[in-house]
Design a protein around this ligand. Structure first.
Ligand code: FE
Length: 372
């Protein structure tokens, strides 16, 4: 009897032990306890393959652009791919110098800047390498890429004439050249000659019309100025609304950015100026480009290409143009209302590299003309 009890007791204990271990086993397979184990082993594999795999989840971007939308684009890319984007900011010159100095040891994967001349300067200084990607080639039309794909465009902007809606009729406007005519004497506003935007504008005239015409134009601008150059592009628009002048030269995207600005004064200014695309019957409106180059010694090339693909995709370009009001390079992008209103316009047909080639001459001519 006692023996029988002992056997029953033993069976009960065994059953209990099985149940407990069974639960344990269930926990181990489907519960939390096994999961970290799996993650840990995966993690070990990753780091076991060298830090390269973890390191590959990074793109280091040397950028000379100063627009908030770029960081937002990088964040969206990280969200989609898990690849972190490190932004290293500086002026284009500083960054090209840094790339040269760092040479093969450079951590840079991408170089981003405004201005075709500057992009070409980076190419000529051997800090870039060709971008090979069918996706990028189909995202960005040929004319908005370097001939050998050392850089590809990410956005364009036009340098246009803006005018006081209450005092100027668009019919009075026609060309950049006409801004030097008597009708605009004492009424023209433009920022200083130290601005690359103005240097490239004049460089485009040297390319299209020759040095002499470009020089005459610079002199004509100075003659018609309503005040000495002061401030940035937005400040010229503000001066129009303040009645200092009637017409100004400025980049298109600032008009859009001011329209959605948190600053009520900027909104008011943007609402009271009109945008005019000059030279539609002649050489076309001056445009310039922002572009991305692949660093010559990129260590995360695959990820860098993925980022360029994203930035030039319909999705990336829609984000970009709605954030900065620049023109997209990818026709599949959905443009903001304002840009749709502006519609299509004729653009200058020149090699963007020529903006850099004539930069020194342009600066010289502006100095000679007394353009401060
Ligand atoms: Fe700007």
């Amino acid at each position: 009897m006692r023996k029988k009890n002992a056997i029953v007791m033993f069976i009960l204990l065994l059953a209990f032990a099985l149940v407990v271990s069974g639960c344990g086993a269930n926990n181990a397979t489907g519960g939390n306890s096994n999961k970290p184990e799996t993650e840990k082993s995966e993690g070990n594999q990753t780091s076991g393959a060298g830090n390269s795999s973890a390191k590959n989840q990074v793109v280091n971007v040397y950028t000379a652009r100063h627009y908030d939308i770029d960081s937002k684009l990088f964040d969206a890319f990280t969200k989609e791919t898990g690849i972190k984007v490190n932004e290293i900011k500086g002026t284009a010159e500083e960054l090209v110098e840094r790339l040269k100095r760092e040479g093969e040891g450079s951590e840079a994967d991408l170089f981003i800047t405004v201005d075709g001349g500057v992009l070409n300067y980076a190419k000529e200084n051997n800090v870039l390498q060709p971008i090979v990607s069918d996706t990028i080639n189909s995202n960005v039309p040929t004319e908005l890429r370097d001939k050998e794909n050392y850089w590809v465009g990410m956005a364009t902007r036009a340098r246009v004439i803006v005018y006081a809606k209450d005092r100027v009729k668009p019919e009075q406007l026609s060309t950049y050249e006409d801004l030097t005519s008597d009708q605009w004497k004492g009424k023209l506003l433009v920022r200083s000659s130290s601005s690359l935007y103005n240097q490239s504008l004049l460089a485009s005239f040297i390319e299209l019309n020759g040095e002499q015409k470009a020089e005459e134009w610079a002199k004509g601008v100075v003659t018609n100025l309503s005040r000495d150059p002061d401030g940035g592009d937005r400040d010229q628009a503000k001066a129009i609304v303040a009645g200092v002048g009637d017409v100004a030269i400025m980049n298109t995207y600032y008009v859009g950015q001011m329209l959605v600005s948190k600053d009520a004064e900027e909104v008011k200014v943007a609402e009271n100026i009109g945008v005019f695309f000059p030279n539609q019957d002649t050489t076309g409106t001056h445009i310039n480009i922002s572009g991305i180059g692949l660093a010559a010694h990129s260590k995360n090339k695959e990820n860098a290409l993925k980022l360029i693909e994203f930035m030039t995709s319909a999705e990336g370009q829609t984000m970009l143009t709605n954030g900065s009001f620049e023109f997209p390079v990818n026709a599949a992008a959905e443009k903001p209302e304002l840009l749709q209103q502006w519609g299509q316009f004729k653009t200058q047909q020149i090699d963007f590299a020529s903006l850099g080639q004539h930069n020194k001459k342009a600066t010289e001519l502006m100095n000679k003309a007394g353009w401060k």
